[in-house]
Design a protein around this ligand. Sequence first.
Ligand code: ZN
Length: 136
Amino acid sequence: MKIISLNTRNRREMVEITSQVNKLIEDEKIRTGFCLVFVPHTTCGVTINENADPSVRADILAILARLAPEKGNYQHGEGNSDAHVASSLVGHSILAPVINGRLALGTWQGIFLCEFDGPRSRQVWVKIIAETGDVS
Ligand code: ZN
């Protein structure tokens, strides 16, 4: 298991980590397989979405803020229930194929850590699984 450590800067933001994940795949020298990207936190998530137009990220964060507003009638007393809800809506892991020693993503796809209760220090755990046997 490899770990990417990063510091988020805002309460809610999407931070692209695609290049850091690709670097770990290069370091492992794995040509074909799968890459699991997991965040060990309850107030952030990880997702794949468009990395070209930043307005897509803004729209995603705006919709999540409407679904889980910062101020609401929550039971959890820590003041960050919205972040817990958004975290579960986005999810905590993605699995992507590795081909030719890199993430095999679509043209416009990137991997994003989704911060919902920043700024904080975050970890992203990355496990690269080599494919053995015939490749199809
Ligand atoms: Zn909490």
